[in-house]
Write a protein that binds this ligand. Sequence first.
Ligand code: B12
Length: 299
Amino acid sequence: VIVKMESSPAVLRIGELSRRLGVSEHVLRAWERRYGLLRPARSAGGFRLYSEADAQRIRRMQHHLGQGLSAAQAARAAIEDGSAATRPVPDSDLTAQDEAMRALTAVLEEFDEPAAQAVVDRLLSTVTIELVIRDVLMPYLHELGDRWERGEVSVAQEHFASNVVRERLAGLGRGWGRGHGPLAMLACPPGEQHDIALVAFGVVLHRHGWRVDYLGANTPLDDLVRAVAATRAELVVLAATVPEAFGRVAGELARLAGSARVAIAGAGASGSLADSVGAEWLSGDPVTAAERMPVPGRH
Ligand code: B12
């Protein structure tokens, strides 16, 4: 027998739900986004509509919070209480990746590093590293940035969470200098601190046959030029989030591109910028770009 849990009609707008339960709209939205506590339907006009089942889950959440559970624990308990009697109908568009993103959001916000590693471990046992990076870790970082911008997570939470993700990625890249493939040198131009996507790119590039020398954030261009000459790297990839990071070193970049294969990437890169310095532009996400990078000498 299949019992549909969400059988009550979805009729409440968020304002009314908020008034009825005495929980602010802001908090309701946060519980929905972070913990999947609310499962609104959409009106024809695109508004979220909530049901009695949503209201009950909030009441259970309030009850568990009152017992001293953390928000994440209370939400988990509220959702489980509701499904004990009646099995929830699986939400077909909630993939393992979506669930993992939610779980990461919840545990990293509470500074729970082991739990975050466990989420990634679980995922890695079922899907490839490429999918974990492209569909979970990168989107997670975007969401983290959005929430930081809106003031929903503190700088401490953002730093903690992005460091856990960065360290995990770096761990996946361990030994990326090994092998017999061509060498790629990866760096961010001076002033650029955002290097996590570049680490992700390196991880996937190595899995596709390249060796990786990783210089990382804020690298002086003359040092990079010397390192490229010393190692005879076949490819140099520079990533930055703002165009000025490339613009400031355009002259040096053009010179480097005269003697080596250079590509630029990240939100600060563009086709026109690449053309202006004689480099290639790697558009799109780091995983796909690394998968598409042909390995020289391989057919
Ligand atoms: C983690 C983080 C930090 C960390 C970085 C740690 C580290 N080692 O990387 C720290 C705390 C240092 C930091 C600092 C700052 N940050 Co910050 N940060 C982030 C955050 C949350 C995640 C960045 C990330 O890794 N994203 C994951 C990647 C995959 O996403 P993406 O950068 O959008 O990249 C896309 C493409 O460009 C492409 N791509 C990117 N890189 C590469 C590389 C290759 C090779 C390829 C092929 C593709 C590719 O892939 C993605 C598409 O899938 C973002 C939020 C966000 N939306 O990304 C903010 C964000 C990038 N930061 C921002 C800001 C403003 C800052 C600071 C100025 C804050 C401050 N006032 O101090 C400083 C600047 C430091 C500096 N000088 O560089 C803004 C940037 C806005 C802008 N474009 O101007 C963002 C977008 C946050 C926001 N919503 O406002 N940050």
